[in-house]
Design a protein around this ligand. Structure first.
Ligand code: GLC
Ligand code: MG
Length: 243
């Protein structure tokens, strides 16, 4: 991975996945590129769920897989243990679960581990704000992520897709890597805000449309993988466009 001069770090659902034709075009474009692109998937899904999706949609096997909203990082030989250790610092999942019982609107997501504590609030999204406030009042160290007006992820304090991706870039990527970060919903905001070239795909959730601009933030018109392709051409293929 350290040899690859380019990197695509992308969310899966609603970003890389969701537009079959766009995905086929993007993968063909990368196949024909005169350079290799390192692939990093940065998903809210847990490991088995991410693997099923990769299989189901026949996605290329990534160089690295960041799962559970940035709380776990997997390379080909297993989980990154330094990151795992960092996630355990000041992490109090049992306290979070206990506090959440005061909010009956929150439906706990069934997950295989307690890397994060996640809920859905289909019926009453305003409960998310109240829960967040309560965790703050109780002084529980955490990162709070609300996506698609539905999913609440309570994460260890020094996690999230942005922090996990920053760690991956520093530890695993080529020193001068040219990268593109892609996302479509709330859990992508922190990685899209790192300042690197980033794309909000055309089908993004409203919370991303409200995101503060930065000079490297591109808002694609097209959906999912087609939006990634559009942004890649914008950032890295300008010469071809004017040839
Ligand atoms: C994905 C995950 C879910 C998470 C959501 C938002 O849908 O499966 O657990 O809450 O992303 O991060
Ligand atoms: Mg998504």
């Amino acid at each position: 991975m350290k040899q690859k001069k380019f990197m695509l770090a992308t969310d899966l659902d609603g970003t890389l996945v969701g537009n079959e034709e766009g995905l086929a075009d993007l993968l063909a474009y990368y196949d024909g590129a005169p350079y290799e692109v390192a692939l990093v998937y940065v998903t809210g899904r847990h490991l088995d769920s991410a693997k099923s999706l990769i299989k189901e949609v026949s996605l290329p096997i990534p160089d690295l897989l960041i799962t559970d909203v940035g709380t776990a990082i997997y390379h080909h030989d297993g989980e990154d243990s330094d990151w795992k250790q960092k996630m355990n610092e000041h992490w109090l999942p049992d306290r979070i679960v206990e506090i959440a019982t005061d909010f009956p609107e929150l439906k706990r997501q069934q997950l295989p581990n307690d890397y994060r504590v996640s809920y859905t609030v289909d019926s009453n999204p305003s409960a998310a704000g109240k829960f967040k406030k309560r965790l703050e009042q109780e002084g529980i160290p955490h990162t709070f992520i609300f996506s698609s007006n539905r999913d609440i992820d309570v994460l260890p304090p020094s996690s999230g897709k942005g922090r996990a991706l920053k760690y991956v870039i520093e530890r695993y990527a080529a020193p001068d890597v040219k990268l593109l970060i892609a996302g479509d919903s709330g859990n992508d905001i922190d990685m899209l805000s790192l300042g690197h070239p980033a794309v909000i795909v055309g089908n993004a959730q409203p919370e991303l449309l409200d995101m503060v601009d930065h000079p490297n933030l591109f808002r694609a018109k097209t959906h999912c993988a087609a939006g990634i392709h559009e942004a890649w051409v914008h950032f890295y293929d300008k010469k071809d466009k004017h040839a």
